[in-house]
Design a protein around this ligand. Sequence first.
Ligand code: ZN
Length: 136
Amino acid sequence: MTTPARRGTRIAHIGVAVRALDDILPLYRDVLGLPTAPLDDADGARITGLAAGDSLVELLEPVASDSPIAKFVDQRGPGLHHVCFHVDDIEGTLARARAAGITLIDEVPRVGAEGKRIAFLHPKSTGGVLIELSEY
Ligand code: ZN
């Protein structure tokens, strides 16, 4: 495996919690014209990706009633769930977040969808935004 070029932090995807994918997909696909990109299910959610330039919109529909997305939709209704940033060095970013007093949901990176290493920062310490980090 070759080492990917360092590209700097950028938005990888925006996660949107939905009640029913089939109801909201036409807005993104047909009205906004975003091409769909197949993605694996993850964390008890069925996921449809839509390409918006170099970034994705991920529509997250809960399939398990005890999944994080199901709890989010139950408590707050559908809507913006998280923003994911690609970073060049996820350990370094986590170390800077820890040093800055940010609450880490994942103390060490875990393997998420598509085999990428990911970690989440708690929204209570990020101004209300659930931030996901993903390494190339
Ligand atoms: Zn995500």
